[in-house]
Design a protein around this ligand. Structure first.
Ligand code: GDP
Length: 428
């Protein structure tokens, strides 16, 4: 377990935060390597219930160093607010246990504005953005039109750089969207209120990680969202704007020479999806409401009801492949305890001439909107399993359900989560 990434296999919200919180016990360092404050990792431990957005989920463990890598969308405003909240609840955050990469690009105030303006312009066909500025941020990063966290140490150059960017960005804000222009006073306020607050945490995390790796420290890489939201391999354009795959961990974390020794893929025992885009196995009506209620499927960041469905073996197998998962953590198995029979999406039907053809391969994104799920049923177990801690104590039907998933996706299920609390886990 030297260098392990914990990643989502599905559409996100699989319970990665809960698994990172559990497994950090074995690690010295936890690194968030992509995405931004649009994440909502819920962690429940002896200190209480927390919804983390940008902070790595190892922040609650004493002695664990948490890093925000160069691949994240570093939003100083939201990060500082999140840090204040966490510190107010008694969790110490110091430059010793939280380090921000000097190479992380900053999400600037206009990125959030542009996100909201673009969703507004799209009216009936929005992407379902969380409006945290992530897409405009990554576009600008690739255009080399944002600033690096390390520039906070060079105030004069930073102001000049920001003034140049602002002039360019105001063309879009005012010209394209007819919105208010940003002023230098706005930016100076923003720098004072947030930039200066996070500056003490900014350092060369690449050098820190290199040294840690040489000393044989165990490093955990924490991803946001899941394989199906990966910019290159997901359900484009309903993806996020970064790579959620484990393969990106060494780059986004700041240690490109690193080889991962393990990838824990987190799979939910059923499917959920937030926002727009194709969701082949989607359930509707009463059946969906029951599952949504049983699993408390409402977004941690937005409170939006999540779309729900049975486990999708086609998408999950694809997710396991894309993530190169070596082990699976299956979460929320307890949620299915109320079902007499458990639906499972085993294959897709795709239009083929005048008829349909079955496939077990995850299709090209455009084809997803035409696909229909093939559903079969497994026996339910009809009893509360949230207190079970040993594999052999799970009801036979629950064990069969786990083994069925394992066989279908071709990767060993090593952890089975039966509740949100840290210890509600079965090691297998
Ligand atoms: P993440 O973004 O992948 O970390 O996932 P979220 O935190 O958005 O969603 C997972 C939700 O399920 C959180 O509210 C967790 O507390 C909760 N959760 C995680 N594992 C389990 C489990 O095994 N059973 C139950 N009932 N809830 C769980």
């Amino acid at each position: 377990m030297k260098n392990c990434a914990i990643v989502g296999i599905n559409w996100g919200d699989e319970g990665k935060g809960r698994m990172v919180d559990l497994l950090t016990d074995h690690y010295d360092i936890v690194v968030r390597y992509q995405g931004g404050g649009n994440a909502g990792h819920t962690v429940i431990n002896e200190r209480g219930r927390f919804a983390l957005h940008l902070l790595p989920s190892g922040i609650f463990r004493e002695g664990v160093v948490n890093i925000l890598g160069n691949g994240v969308a570093l939003d100083p405003e939201n990060l500082w607010k999140e840090m204040e909240e966490i510190m107010a609840r008694g969790v110490p955050l110091t430059p010793d246990n939280l380090k921000i990469s000097s190479r992380a690009s900053l999400l600037l105030p206009w990125h959030r504005d542009l996100d909201a303006l673009e969703e507004q312009r799209l009216k009936d066909h929005p992407y379902g953005s969380t409006k945290q500025g992530i897409a405009p941020f990554y576009s600008d990063k690739y255009q080399k039109k944002t600033v690096l966290a390390g520039e906070l140490f060079y105030p004069e150059e930073l102001k000049e750089h920001l003034a140049e960017l602002m002039e360019w960005k105001n063309l879009t804000l005012t010209g394209v969207y007819g919105a208010k222009a940003c002023t230098m006073e706005d930016l100076e306020d923003w720098l004072r209120n947030y930039g200066e607050k996070i500056r003490p945490y900014v350092c060369d995390t690449g050098a820190y990680l290199k040294e840690a790796a040489e000393q044989g420290k165990n490093i955990l890489f924490e991803a946001q969202l899941g394989a199906l939201r990966d910019l290159d391999f997901g359900i484009y354009p309903y993806t996020t704007s970064s790579n959620t795959t484990a393969a990106y961990a060494p780059i986004g974390a700041g240690l490109p020479s690193l080889r991962l020794t393990d990838v824990v893929g987190v799979v939910k025992a059923y499917s959920t999806c937030v926002g727009e885009g194709p969701f082949v196995c989607e359930m509707f009506g009463k059946e969906a409401e029951e599952l949504r209620e049983a699993g408390a499927e409402y977004g941690a960041k937005t409170g939006r009801p999540r779309r729900v469905g049975p486990i999708d073996l086609v998408a999950t197998r694809y997710g396991v492949e894309v993530q190169a998962a070596t082990r699976i953590a299956l979460t929320k198995l307890d949620v299915l305890s109320y079902m007499e029979k458990i639906p499972v999406c085993t294959r897709y039907l795709l239009p083929d001439g005048d008829g349909w053809r079955e496939t077990d391969r995850f299709p090209f994104p455009l084809e997803l909107s035409r696909a229909k799920p093939v559903i079969s049923y497994c026996e339910g177990w009809n009893c509360d399993i949230s207190g079970v801690r040993r594999w052999e104590d799970l009801p036979k039907a629950a064990r069969e359900y786990v083994c069925m998933i394992e066989d279908a996706v071709g990767c060993p299920i090593r952890y089975i989560s039966v509740g949100p609390e840290r210890d509600s886990i079965i090691f297998r």
